[in-house]
Write a protein that binds this ligand. Structure first.
Ligand code: ZN
Length: 81
């Protein structure tokens, strides 16, 4: 009787590990799918502290801005320092 329980336990352990293995194998694929489904990367305007979609942002140097005015103000403030 004890051997039967042990055998049952080993089968349970085996299937648990198998499920865990299949689950961890599937996860990276799901992560990549969710990344592709992401609508747009958001960037921070350091001048007015607002987030906006990267496609609508203006790149000046290594910073993104919501408008030309923000870029000018930010760069002017940084260079005067
Ligand atoms: Zn701005």
């Amino acid at each position: 009787m004890l051997r039967l329980i042990l055998l049952f336990f080993l089968f349970f352990l085996f299937f648990t590990l198998l499920n865990l293995y299949l689950f961890t194998r599937k996860r990276p694929r799901n992560l990549r799918q969710s990344d592709a489904a992401k609508p747009e990367e958001m960037v921070l305007d350091p001048q007015c502290q607002s987030y906006l979609p990267k496609s609508e942002a203006m790149l000046r140097g290594d910073q993104y801005f919501c408008s030309e005015q923000c870029a000018r103000l930010y760069l002017a403030g940084r260079s005067s320092n």
